[in-house]
Design a protein around this ligand. Structure first.
Ligand SMILES: Cc1ncc(COP(=O)(O)O)c(C=O)c1O
Length: 436
């Protein structure tokens, strides 16, 4: 399976963004995250085209939690998308990159007072309020500043998507948002309307992640207009904006077949138009905040293959020079990946192996994958690692985080430098009493 600008070059090597993957590994070292700029831009444009074609009053925001660096913020800004951030650190990254704050949405189920202040003081476009306590806190902070906070209220429409249980967030049993079924969402709308320093612009919901069909989105597109009808009937106040979150899935494996962005948008707007028609209300501004489906397929992680352990009649392990610390998703969600030997990319995979990371845990990156006779020293390219890989990387076992490079038209540039061993100890402090 080849994704984005990936192809096999004359040397029989995997090429990404016009760059030979084996050459990238030699030049920048491994493990290495390579992000394909053309693929990211193409997905941003596909989203904007599809949404604007279906509804002029729509906005696409990139969910920064999937992959955020200052260079990524520049790309997203250039492509005209908004940005969804979920922490002080993500907001700081956006501001440092010069991303326009009025196109930023601030998320989080527990924003600290400092984070709320940061959002207010920097003129963040929308704060997505997750609870009534947060609503009151934001109202007081805005009042202290003599200003108004523009908010969306996050509600949970009790949609139960077919995805891994850890990435279902629109169900009733979730820490996020105010439940529609429990009456808390309506209560939240009423309280928001009473807050003098808060302006309720609309509603937000997010039903889940890595969704490979449109069913859960369609359920949300059925339930949200019903709730809007209920909310406007009981308060008399219009809801002008509806943010439907992210969640569209990607092709981690050949058998994964997510809807195209076009097909997804068509189906979503068909449902929304029908349902808003039924409640006799105009379609509000529709916002969407995809993460994975913008950056996931654009990322490839390159590793060097180390020791190979053959256990006769049981399994063959090939160890690579990364693992849990650069990609915790297999351990977290039993996530599956495709991979190939980058230096023999044209060779038919003929041996089934398990790719093991080098951490002191059951650190299996890929179980039972067919690869082309892997050997020590080969470069293994794991595909679809652009979302929630660098973003979730850790220093477990005191591993240094890999570099991130952006590949484009045959050029490769570092956008996050590889951590050094000294970076690892830079924040450590030895109390004086332990010095002797
Ligand atoms: C509120 C919200 N919006 C957007 C996203 C992005 O989802 P995805 O990367 O699946 O598109 C998430 C992911 O968990 C989320 O929680």
């Amino acid at each position: 399976m080849l994704l984005g600008t990936q192809r096999i070059n004359a040397a029989g090597h995997l090429e990404i963004g016009g760059c030979d993957a084996v050459e990238l590994a030699r030049k920048f070292g491994t493990p290495l995250y390579a992000m394909d700029e053309a693929s990211i831009r193409e997905r941003c444009r596909a989203y904007r085209r599809a949404f604007e074609r279906n509804h002029a009053n729509s906005e696409v925001l990139f969910a920064g939690k999937a992959f955020l660096t200052t260079a990524m913020c520049r790309l997203i800004d250039q492509e005209g998308l908004g940005l969804d951030v979920a922490s002080a650190g993500e907001l700081h990254t956006a501001l440092t990159a010069g991303f326009p704050p009025d196109r930023v949405c601030m998320h989080g189920n527990f924003k600290s007072l400092r984070e709320l202040e940061m959002a207010l003081d920097n003129g963040v476009g929308r704060t997505i309020v997750d609870s009534i306590a947060e609503l009151n806190a934001l109202n007081s902070l805005a009042a202290e500043r003599g200003g108004t906070a523009n908010i969306l209220l996050r509600v949970t429409p009790a949609v139960d998507p077919h995805t891994h249980k850890y990435i279902q967030t629109g169900k009733i049993d979730t820490k996020f948002g105010l439940g529609i079924d429990t009456g808390q969402a309506l209560q939240g709308v009423k309280i928001a309307l009473e807050c003098a320093n808060v302006r309720l612009r609309g509603l937000h919901c997010h039903v889940g992640s890595q969704l490979l069909d449109t069913e859960a989105f369609e359920l949300a597109a059925n339930m949200m207009p019903q709730f809007i009808r209920q909310a406007t009937a009981s308060t008399g106040c219009p809801i002008d904006e509806l943010n439907l979150g992210g969640g569209l899935g990607i092709r981690y494996l050949e058998r994964h077949d997510p809807p195209s962005i076009d097909a997804f948008a068509e189906t979503l707007f068909a449902r929304l138009t029908e349902n808003f028609g039924e409640i006799k209300q105009p379609l509000p501004k529709i916002m969407i905040e995809p993460g994975r489906s913008i950056v996931g397929e654009a990322g490839t992680t390159l590793y060097t293959v180390g020791p190979i352990k053959r256990i006769p009649n049981v399994r063959t392990y090939i160890s690579v020079d990364g693992g849990l610390s650069d990609n915790p998703r297999p351990a977290l969600y039993e996530a599956e990946y495709s991979a190939m030997i980058a230096n023999r990319a044209e060779q038919i995979p003929d041996v089934t192996v398990t790719v093991a990371g080098k951490h002191c845990e059951t650190d299996n990156l890929i179980m039972d994958i067919a690869l082309a006779s892997p050997q020590t020293g080969d470069i293994l390219a794991v595909q679809c690692t652009g979302a929630y890989n660098y973003a979730m990387a850790s220093n477990y076992n005191r591993f240094t985080k890999p570099a991130v490079i952006l590949v484009h038209d045959g050029d490769a540039e570092v956008i996050v430098r590889r951590e050094t061993l000294d970076d690892l100890t830079a924040h450590d402090v030895i109390p004086d009493r332990l010095r002797d």
